[in-house]
Design a binder for this molecule. Structure first.
Ligand code: NAD
Length: 423
């Protein structure tokens, strides 16, 4: 049986969006059109079929992808997504965003992404392991510590990274710590990696709030998504003194204008696997969460949740893109016109790849750092990138997104030009 891709939740083609964003940046920063032609394409896209012997004795064939967008600044880096709506164009867009994200953070990586069309929640642990090991074998010539280094994304976990690490290492005949990041701590993972994306978002929000001459303690925050990024971001913001007035997962959204008990939500989600049934908050929809009366809105689930249809109803003053691509370009324009400060994904959720970089460095050296050291270095890199983006925004009188992309694309363009076109 071959598994067909279901109709995607994406209304617009993300690769078209990513290319359109690049064109806008090229115009704003007068970047050579020949270079933009090169950067608009992905260097390599691999499509693999993944046959898996299922628990019931049948064989299902899944489709998987690994895309490298650019390697001008170093080996490519990017997560692997297990989701039923994955498409090749989505993976290409995510790979391109990874190139800009690594360049903006000024870490020595290019961009890549992977994906398998599957619903991991519908697979047993054994089926998931078989799928992961076969997918790894199919892309084994593409990945490696000096070549392309995968990491977790939606639907993949440290457990999945451990299977990738093991499969790759078994084929090489020795442990290769640098082949993948987001590994469990006992297998060469980095302290602070699990919370790193949310911590990076927190650092950006702190800076943005300061620029707006406000204090975190007076903010009401709504967070969409209670997975890796959303749950830790809600926790950190609550710890900083903000009032988290709404949270959500795929099944439910919860609202309490007086503040949700985030540690209780953590415990409830861990115990029951859902936010449904959490006491002390009113149930709303995920759509209502996005347009709630709040100061900071952090979409931390999927792409394209704020569009031309709902953007003018958004009331937040700061939007922090914890997820990749949660705003469509039309939504972006509407919010910019309203004076909303948008912290773009390539800046706001880059904490994960920064600590993945630290994990890769630690793995190559087989020398591991303390958590405080990881978090302090993360703060340095994210705050520097925030300030570079802010300064570019001011001098160019443009949005944070165009400024962030501008800084990033210029760095990649410079590396590409300096290396020269081969042959
Ligand atoms: P995750 O799988 O851990 O969590 C996703 C969350 O979104 C879950 O709570 C899920 O229930 C919720 N969700 C799913 N569909 C939803 C819907 N239709 N409406 C509302 N909520 C929904 O994933 P994650 O790692 O937290 O990633 C979330 C986003 O952040 C993705 O866009 C991902 O690419 C991006 N991101 C993640 C990392 C990372 O290190 N994990 C780094 C950078 C960017």
């Amino acid at each position: 049986m071959t598994v067909e891709a279901p109709v995607s939740h994406l209304r617009e083609n993300p690769y078209d969006i990513a290319r359109e964003q690049l064109r806008r940046v090229a115009d704003a920063f007068a970047i050579d059109s020949n270079l933009i032609n090169v950067l608009s394409e992905c260097k390599k896209s691999v499509v693999v079929s993944i046959p898996v012997g299922m628990d019931d004795g049948s064989v299902r064939v899944f489709e998987g992808y690994r895309v490298t967008h650019n390697i001008a600044r170093g080996p490519s880096k990017g997560g692997i997504r297990y989701h039923q709506d994955v498409t090749l164009d989505e993976v290409k867009a995510l790979a391109m965003w990874m190139t800009w994200k690594c360049a903006l953070m000024n870490i020595p990586f290019g961009g890549a992404k992977g994906g398998v069309i599957c619903d991991p929640k519908q697979l047993s642990e054994l089926e998931l392991q078989k799928l992961t090991r076969r997918y790894t074998s199919e892309i084994i010539n593409e990945i490696g510590p000096e070549r392309d280094i995968p990491a977790p994304d939606v639907g993949t976990t440290p457990r999945v990274m451990a299977w990738i690490f093991d499969t790759y290492s078994m084929n090489k005949g020795h442990s290769v710590l640098g082949v993948v990041t987001g590994k469990p701590l006992q297998l060469g993972g980095s302290l602070g990696r699990e919370e790193a994306t949310a911590r990076g978002s927190l650092f950006c929000i702190r800076e943005a709030v300061r620029k707006r001459s406000r204090r975190i303690e007076e903010l009401r925050v709504a967070v969409q998504g209670f997975g890796n990024v959303g749950s830790f971001l809600a926790k950190f913001l609550a710890e900083d003194g903000a009032k988290v007035v709404a949270i959500s997962d795929s099944r439910t959204a919860l609202h309490n204008p007086n503040g949700i008990d985030v540690p209780a939500a953590f415990a409830h989600k861990q115990e029951t696997g859902t936010l449904e049934g959490l006491r002390g908050a009113e149930t709303i929809t995920n759509e209502e969460l996005l347009i709630l009366d709040c100061d900071v809105l952090a979409p931390c689930a999927l792409e394209q949740v704020i569009t031309g249809e709902n953007a003018d109803q958004v009331k937040a003053d700061i939007v922090c893109e914890g997820a990749n691509g949660p705003l469509t370009p039309t939504a972006d324009e509407i919010l910019e016109d309203k004076g909303v400060l948008i912290l773009p994904d390539v800046l706001a959720n880059a904490g994960g790849v920064v600590v993945s970089y630290f994990e890769w460095v630690q793995g190559l050296q087989e020398y591991f750092w303390k958590e405080a050291e990881v978090n302090a270095k993360l703060n340095d890199i994210v705050v520097r990138a925030f300030n570079e983006t802010w300064a570019t925004r001011e001098t160019r009188q443009t949005s944070m997104r165009v400024a962030a992309y501008g800084v990033a694309v210029q760095r990649v363009a410079e590396a590409t030009t300096t290396r020269g076109l081969y042959p």
